[in-house]
Ligand binder design. Structure first.
Ligand code: DC
Length: 225
């Protein structure tokens, strides 16, 4: 491989499939950078909510997305996300912001506005990018594309455990409903819908542990790069 080519691994899939956790594990194994593309849509959603911009005002939301004043700071506990001088690491993870992000993400001008910013995360020695259209639109030349799924029930169960560990009350049936609704919105939009790239490796993690999935992705990366 020519030395100027930056290795990129893309992980796409529905909400709660474990993409973020696996991306972090694989990145630390391989020493790669990370792009959590969903966080950019979540930040755009949060900022437009704070500014009181209506969902119908596509141009204004796109302008916000293009100039998003955000900083990603590496700290001992992971990543701190600062929006307009405020730590929003927790605020952007709320279910309601996930749902709003899914709506904002259906706006073509917003996707266009975030495209170059996402591509700018690609740096040596490599990048692992997770989202919905990493392999199809943002990094179509990536040498390793994963499409990660798990049943809606399993994904809701995992989200439930995460929330419970944080002391947040949740209801499994409501989580399943929310996940299915978000999947439907993300898969049925006109621009860059959630779908596997033609050359993606499909990985159903319903019956797999985090360790097993991490090992599998690292193995695939070692074969490809
Ligand atoms: O991965 P996530 O749950 O943090 O993403 C939040 C929403 O953002 C998701 O429901 C759809 C949207 N999104 C997208 O459309 N494209 C991406 N590459 C990443 C996220």
């Amino acid at each position: 491989m020519a030395s100027n080519i930056i290795p990129v691994i893309t992980i796409d899939g529905p909400s709660g499939a474990g993409k973020g956790t696996i991306a972090q594990n694989v990145a630390s194994e391989l020493g790669f950078h990370i792009l959590d593309s969903g966080s950019l849509y979540r930040l755009t959603a949060l900022a437009s909510q704070d500014d009181g911009i209506a969902l119908s005002d596509e141009s204004k939301i796109a302008e916000l997305a293009l100039n998003l004043p955000v900083e990603f700071l590496a700290v001992d506990s992971g990543l701190k996300i600062i929006l307009r001088d405020e730590d929003v690491s927790e605020a952007i993870r709320k279910e309601e912001i996930g749902m709003l992000a899914s709506k904002v993400a259906a706006l073509p001008k917003v996707r266009e506005a975030l495209l170059e910013r996402q591509r700018s995360f690609s740096e040596q020695p490599g990048l692992i990018a997770d989202g919905r259209d990493m392999g199809t639109t943002v990094f179509p030349d990536s040498a390793l594309k994963i499409f990660m799924t798990a049943s809606a029930e399993e994904r809701a169960e995992r989200r439930y455990k995460q929330l419970k560990a944080k002391g947040i009350n949740a209801n499994i049936a409501a989580l399943v409903k929310d996940l299915k609704l978000r999947d439907e919105q993300d898969a049925n939009r006109a621009v860059s819908p959630l779908k596997p790239a033609d050359d993606a490796v499909l990985l159903d993690t319903t019956e797999m542990s985090i360790e097993e999935v991490t090992i599998r992705v690292v193995e695939l990366a070692k074969q490809r790069f």
